[in-house]
Design a protein around this ligand. Sequence first.
Ligand SMILES: [Mg+2]
Length: 192
Amino acid sequence: MFKNKALFLDRDGVVNVDYGYVHKKEDFHFIDGIFSLAAAALREGFLIIIVTNQAGIGRGYYTEAQFHELMDWVKDEFRRRGAAVHAVYFCPCHPTRGIGRYRRESPFRKPAPGMLLQAAADHDIDLEASLMVGDALTDMEAGRAAGVGRLFYLTPERDAPAAPPPPGVVVVRSLAEVEARLHDADESRGDA
Ligand SMILES: [Mg+2]
């Protein structure tokens, strides 16, 4: 059976500079290499899917409507550069800081794999053939738990990881490095 493969991208710290609870266009600064990576992945047949914890919604810093408005603009920016984003998944909940209905444990909040599993079900994705790029170990945990084949941990040079990365996780220093490795199909399989 034909199945899709996806490039899963965390948002804050991968797509845009993470200033904390970014929710305005003027604070949304794209990270170097993100459009090039997405366009290259698209050419290689990957669906581009953003998976992002957005506890700022649950905390009441901004609304779901504001989030969607911002992401519509983000998707336009990708599309204009030949790198259409296929889908965006977000989790607005926070187990202790959420307000009202947002205060709860959610199977969609990373490090839980819910967003990835939902995306796989919605878009017929072969997770083992897919990639995940994140700048937090919780991204790597979510990817691992979902069975994503290759996990890229984006950590700038100045932030040397305090501990060695978990097995099967590839440390990269830039998005260009991920792009250069799109082809290395089997580099991290089997050593996890
Ligand atoms: Mg992040």
